[in-house]
Design a binder for this molecule. Structure first.
Ligand code: NIG
Ligand code: FE
Length: 413
């Protein structure tokens, strides 16, 4: 397919040349390179060329799409989700309004254990169908690549069920998917007093099958007080590494638990959440290759303090944003709303926020050589927006969907 897009109000996050940037960090993040009044040419699902309308293109296309004053951006990369789950948890939402905390609900057997119970009751086919529907909903809001975790199985059978569903989603999805193995999300009821037994189950019984069937790209743990300690995380990440699984972990959501430091020690691709951060954590991230990924949707929904995005950007780090889409702490995979939160609550500029979910999101999935910017040779993984004045309008116009069409390789959705 040869497709020419014309009359693009702003072509956003453009990279010249073909030596792609892996990410943008610190002060660079406030620069979102744009071509005003642009055209873009796509051949066989790959970006071939682009420029401004005044310097007319010489390309011959069999299809022309007049964007009519809409914008074109790299599609959002949501690098942290729990999109595969069996059931919603709105009762816990009500319980929190009535005064219980997220941790208290978890201690009483709700939270992740509630989701694990529901997951054990649903069959694989229904789990797949419901997850695919969710996936299509977030694509309609601009998501063009996504990471999905296990972690509601908490048994050999349950974890493998989730990971097989994610594998099947990869086969049926119009967008790239990466998967993370998160059996270390909570101690299941049967192992409440036998942590050693559950760690052995993960390491000896689950990991070999996960690796053998190619079910995961990353190893994740919920490193947090009351969940998995730094020592336990250390042991699990080492075990994952033996099977070639790089680390990508939940860290510092509720406490300064040492999660960031143990992630950096294992050269984690990213450490995610980061509500509870001090200078030591920021120092650990500086000079590492680990990407700080912020999940303000969870902080918003749980009513806890937001991540110190400005401090991290001032420390010259490549900040990434993701939704954390899950039934407990963030039942939404809506990235346009996440951008609004990043701007209003984390005080990021629209350019910084958009960089965080495009090029830096791609970096957090090790895909920035394929997607995340508009560059010759990268995949056409693009959002075409409704007519709007500029990219800052996207977080400004909150609650509304900016997406008119998604261009995903050869598919237009
Ligand atoms: O990233 N914090 C740990 N895990 C998820 C929430 C899990 C749940 O409550 O179901 C998170 O917020
Ligand atoms: Fe999460």
């Amino acid at each position: 397919m040869h497709l020419l897009l014309t009359n693009i109000k702003q072509l956003c996050n453009v990279e010249r040349g073909t030596k792609y940037k892996p990410n943008v960090r610190g002060a660079e993040m406030k620069d979102l390179p744009v071509i005003e009044n642009a055209w873009l040419f796509i051949e066989d699902g790959i970006i071939k060329d682009f420029g401004d309308m005044e310097h007319a293109h010489t390309v011959q296309a069999n299809d022309v799409m007049d964007v009519g004053g809409g914008l074109v951006l790299p599609a959002w990369v949501d690098s942290h989700t729990h999109l595969v789950f069996a059931s919603s948890r709105e009762q816990e939402f009500v319980d929190r309004i009535n005064g219980l905390s997220y941790e208290e609900i978890a201690r009483r057997g709700g939270g992740i254990l509630n989701s694990a119970q529901k997951l054990s009751e649903i069959d694989e086919e229904q789990l797949f169908d419901e997850s695919l529907e969710r996936l299509h909903r977030v694509i309609a809001q601009g998501t063009g690549a996504i990471e999905i975790k296990s972690g509601y199985g908490l048994s050999v059978e349950g974890e493998l069920k989730m990971l097989r569903v994610i594998k099947k989603l990869k086969e049926h999805s119009p967008i790239p998917i990466k998967s993370s193995f998160l059996a270390a999300h909570a101690y299941p009821v049967d192992y409440k007093e036998n942590h050693e037994g559950y760690l052995n189950l993960i390491i000896d019984k689950m990991l070999p099958v996960v690796a053998d069937e190619g079910l995961a790209d990353y190893m994740d743990t919920f490193c947090e007080k009351g969940f998995f300690s730094v020592e336990e995380t250390d042991r699990l990440l080492e075990a994952g590494a033996k099977y070639g699984l790089k680390a990508k972990i939940h860290a510092n959501q509720l406490h300064r638990s040492g999660g960031v430091q143990v992630g950096v020690k294992h050269n984690a691709v990213s450490v995610d959440h980061l509500e509870a951060m001090g200078d030591e954590e920021i120092e650990a991230l500086r000079g590492s290759n680990t990407i700080p990924t912020l999940l303000p949707g969870a902080a918003f929904f749980l009513g806890i303090s937001y991540q110190p995005a400005r401090k991290l950007i001032d420390a010259d780090l490549p900040v990434c944003l993701a939704t954390d889409y899950n039934p407990g702490s963030c039942p939404s995979g809506n990235i346009p709303f996440l951008l609004t939160l990043a701007c209003t609550q984390l005080k990021m500029t629209p350019a910084e926020a958009i960089n965080s979910v495009t090029i830096n999101g791609a970096a957090a999935l090790e895909m920035s050589n394929e997607i995340g910017t508009i560059a010759k040779g990268k995949k056409a993984n693009l959002i075409v927006t409704q007519k709007m004045p500029s990219y800052s309008y996207i977080p400004y116009d909150f609650g509304n969907n900016p997406v008119k069409k998604m261009i995903l390789g050869d598919h237009i959705v």
